[in-house]
Design a protein around this ligand. Structure first.
Ligand code: UDP
Length: 403
C-alpha cells in the first residue's frame, strides 16, 4: 500500500503539503520517468520507492524503469563509481564498449517517451546518446564527485554535456569545468516507509527474535553495503577497541546490491578479520537482503549507530538513524556533515583516527542521557531538512525549471 501526501500532515504540517500542491499545479498530468539500475540494496532505490508514488499522488505522472545489466556491466560501473570517488581506474576500451553497448541494447527495446527523463548515477548515463532527444533530460548523480579520476570524468562528461541539468548532493560536487546547469538536491528519508515507521516494543522484539539478534548487551551497528568506502573492516577495528572498555556487540548489516559486485569480496574480508568475534557472537554480520522492517528495528534497538565511511555521497543511513532518535558517530566526509552538527545532533569523526572514533562510541555507550539528548536533537534536524516531502518539493522545482 502506498502512502499519500495527506498521511504526512501530522509529521510536517499542512503548509508543506499545500506548498507541494502549489508547485505541482503547473505540472499536472506531465509525465516523468526515473531510470536507475537496481530496485533494491542502495540509497537510490530506497529514494525512488517513496518519491515515485508520492509524485503520482501530487498529480504528476511518475514512472520508474530499471536498466538491466549483467555482472560484467556492473563490474565496469562499480569501477567507475570507485574512480569517481577518488580511486583510480583502468579505462580499457573493452570496458567502455561494454558500458555503452549495454545502454544501447536497453535503448533498443525501452520506450522513454515522457515529458522529462531523470537518469540516476553513471550506469544509465549514456542512454541519452541512444534516444532521439525530444524532452529535457536530468542527470542525478548520487556519488561524491569532489575528486573524480580526471580521465574518467572527461569520458563521462561526453554524455553529461547532452543533459539539461545535473543534480548533485553537495556544493563540493559541482564542477566549474562542466558547461551544464548544476543544482544541489539533498536526498531524504520517508518517515512512513517500512524502513522508518514507528515500531512498538512488541513488534521490535518479534522482528529481532526472528533474526536472532540478542539484546542482552548494548549494540553498536553499521548498516551499509559491503563496500570499501563504507570501511566495514575499520568498523571491526573500532569495535575491538570499544569492547576493551565496554561490553557490547557489533552488528554489521549489509545487503548485496545487484549493481555492486564488490560486496562478496569485502564481506569475505570482514568475515576473515572478525572470525573469532563472530564465532563468540560478539560480532554479528548480516549479509543478505534484509526486510526494511528488520533494518528499522535494528537501528531502533542499537545504542550507537556508526557510519565510518571514507567517502559518502550523502549517506541515507545517517538520516534514517537520526530520525529514530539515535546518536550517530559518522565520518566527516561527503554528505554526512550536511546532516550532523557535531556535538548537537551526532558526532563527526576522522575515519582514520580509530582511537578517537572508539573514544566517542565509548562515551556514548556510558552515558544514556547524552544518547537521549543527541538523539532527540537529531530527530528534529531530520524533520526540518531531510524528509521525503522536502525532496519531492525540490524535484518539483527542478521540473518546473526544465519544462
Ligand atoms: N540498506 C538496506 N539493507 C542493508 C544495507 C543498507 O536496506 O543491509 C539500505 C539503507 O537502509 C539505506 C540504503 O540501503 O536506505 C543505503 O543508502 P546510503 O545512502 O546510506 O548508501 P548507498 O548504498 O546508496 O551508498
Amino acid at each position: 500500500m502506498f502512502n499519500t501526501l495527506e498521511d504526512y500532515r501530522g509529521i510536517i504540517g499542512d503548509d508543506v503539503i499545500a506548498g507541494i500542491h502549489a508547485k505541482a499545479r503547473r505540472l499536472l498530468g506531465r509525465r516523468v520517468l526515473h531510470v536507475n539500475s537496481t530496485y533494491q540494496g542502495g540509497g537510490v532505490a530506497e529514494l525512488l520507492a517513496s518519491l515515485v508514488p508520492l509524485t503520482n499522488d501530487a498529480g504528476v505522472d511518475a514512472d520508474w524503469r530499471i536498466l538491466l545489466g549483467t555482472y560484467d556491466f556492473f563490474d565496469v560501473t562499480k569501477r567507475f563509481h570507485n574512480a569517481l570517488q577518488g580511486g583510480t581506474v583502468e579505462l580499457d576500451e573493452r570496458a567502455l564498449e561494454f558500458y555503452e553497448e549495454t545502454n544501447r541494447a536497453f535503448a533498443g527495446w525501452a520506450q522513454l517517451d515522457r515529458d522529462v527523463v531523470i537518469v540516476h548515477d553513471p550506469q544509465p548515463l549514456p542512454l541519452i546518446r541512444y534516444f532521439k532527444k525530444r524532452q529535457p533530460w536530468v542527470w542525478r548523480c548520487h556519488i561524491d564527485l569532489s575528486d573524480p579520476d580526471p580521465r574518467l570524468w572527461h569520458y563521462l562528461k561526453g554524455f553529461i554535456l547532452r543533459y539539461d541539468v545535473m543534480l548533485v548532493s553537495h556544493p563540493d560536487y559541482l564542477h566549474e569545468d562542466l558547461p551544464v546547469p548544476q543544482r544541489i538536491v539533498h536526498p531524504a528519508i520517508d518517515p512512513l516507509a517500512a524502513k522508518n515507521i514507528a515500531l512498538d516494543d512488541e513488534e521490535l522484539a518479534r522482528i529481532l527474535a526472528r533474526e536472532n539478534i540478542p539484546l542482552d548487551k548494548p549494540l553498536m551497528t553499521q548498516v551499509s553495503r559491503f563496500d570499501p568506502w563504507k570501511d566495514p573492516l575499520g568498523v571491526v577495528e573500532v569495535f575491538k577497541k570499544v569492547r576493551e572498555e565496554v561490553d557490547c556487540r557489533l552488528v554489521l548489516c549489509g545487503s548485496m546490491a545487484s549493481d555492486d559486485p564488490e560486496g562478496f569480496v569485502i564481506y569475505e574480508q570482514v568475515a576473515q578479520s572478525a572470525r573469532e568475534l563472530i564465532d563468540s557472537g560478539d560480532v554479528i554480520v548480516i549479509a543478505k537482503d534484509s526486510p526494511s522492517l528488520f533494518i528499522n528495528a535494528l537501528q531502533r534497538v542499537s545504542s550507537v549507530i556508526l557510519q565510518k565511511s571514507t567517502r559518502e555521497g550523502f549517506g541515507l543511513t545517517v538520516a534514517e538513524a537520526m530520525w529514530k532518535g539515535k546518536p550517530v558517530v559518522a565520518s566527516h566526509v561527503g554528505g554526512i556533515p550536511l546532516q550532523i552538527t557535531h556535538g548537537k545532533t551526532g558526532f563527526l569523526v576522522d575515519p582514520r583516527d580509530l582511537d578517537d572514533v572508539a573514544r566517542v562510541v565509548i562515551e556514548l555507550l556510558r552515558d544514556p542521557e547524552l544518547r537521549d539528548t543527541i538523539g532527540a536533537q537529531a530527530r528534529e534536524a531530520v524533520r526540518e531538512k531531510f524528509l521525503i516531502t522536502r525532496l519531492l518539493s525540490d524535484y518539483l522545482d527542478v521540473l518546473n525549471d526544465v519544462l
